[in-house]
Write a protein that binds this ligand. Structure first.
Ligand SMILES: Cc1cc2nc3c(=O)[nH]c(=O)nc-3n(C[C@H](O)[C@H](O)[C@H](O)COP(=O)(O)OP(=O)(O)OC[C@H]3O[C@@H](n4cnc5c(N)ncnc54)[C@H](O)[C@@H]3O)c2cc1C
Length: 233
């Protein structure tokens, strides 16, 4: 399962294409940062090229160990092309704030982002993988729902990409202005953005008591960034 704590120390060397060059001090290649960014996401974007050009498709994602998982209909473009073993790039971005600097040039954003490169492979044990998706959405739900039937599983492909070649970039903290702008009379700072979990809306046809994971949902905000860095983007 999601076993960051059990894994050996965390440094992974960047490849030529994952080595961050722009504002390299905001780069992270360690397992813990990558896992935290993926685990805080329900959504990723998968970029790949086919015979019609380049696409960047948003889709649900989750992590198991050292792989990022997605799923889709057998007939979908994503599954059709990724299933051929083509190169892909997965991105995840959490926007944490708008950074208002004293100059236009130094405005920025606070964020946690990850990019994973490689090829997807089909997952043989779809039942276990999709159970993990259910638990990623709401821990405990898998045990309560009607399980998928043979027809549903047959229509669905689960794919995963190894987290071997990945980079993270994290910015947090106030604006970084140039010395000569520091006396400019304008408000500077951060306008934070959080993803807030709203109040659950029960289906009017509900016939069961509200489970604990639904009660627990309300009011929680998305986890904040794992690291405190302060630099330009
Ligand atoms: C919310 C947000 C807003 C941004 N706004 C801007 C903007 O307005 N203008 C702008 O130029 N840039 C912006 N960035 C930064 C942008 O993502 C790139 O880091 C930047 O453009 C440099 O790209 P590059 O390919 O030239 O960098 P390089 O340093 O040459 O990239 C080398 C490698 O580093 C990795 N890498 C680069 N960027 C990221 C990243 N963000 N996350 C994970 N890995 C990465 C990739 O593997 C890439 O191939 C923003 C990022 C976020 C998350």
């Amino acid at each position: 399962m999601n076993d960051t704590a059990a894994l050996p120390p965390t440094r992974r060397a960047p490849s030529d294409r994952t080595r961050v060059r722009r504002v390299a001090e905001n780069a992270h290649y360690d397992r813990a940062t990558l896992h935290a960014i993926i685990d805080a996401a329900y959504l990723c974007h998968v970029a790949f090229s086919d015979d019609k050009g380049t696409h960047n498709i948003p889709t649900a994602c989750w992590r198991e160990g050292e792989h990022l998982y997605i799923h889709g209909s057998n007939g979908g473009r994503l599954i059709k092309w990724l299933g051929q073993g083509i190169q892909a790039c997965v991105t995840i971005t959490h926007l944490d704030g708008l950074v208002l600097a004293r100059s236009a040039f130094n405005h920025s954003m606070n964020y946690r982002s990850a990019m994973v490169y490689g090829r997807f492979e089909p997952v043989a044990d779809k039942h276990a993988a999709l159970a993990a998706l259910m638990d990623h959405l709401a821990l405990g739900r898998q045990a309560e729902i009607r399980a998928g039937n043979d027809k549903e599983f047959a229509a669905t492909t689960v794919m995963r990409i190894a987290l071997d070649e990945a980079a993270c970039k994290v910015r947090s903290g106030p604006p970084v202005d140039d010395e000569e702008d520091m006396q400019h009379p304008v408000w500077a700072g951060v306008l934070p953005l959080v993803q807030l979990r709203g109040t659950p809306v029960a289906d009017p046809l509900n016939a069961v008591a509200t489970p604990g994971y639904v009660h627990a949902w309300t009011g929680l905000t998305q986890a904040v960034g794992p690291l405190d860095r302060n630099a330009r983007q």
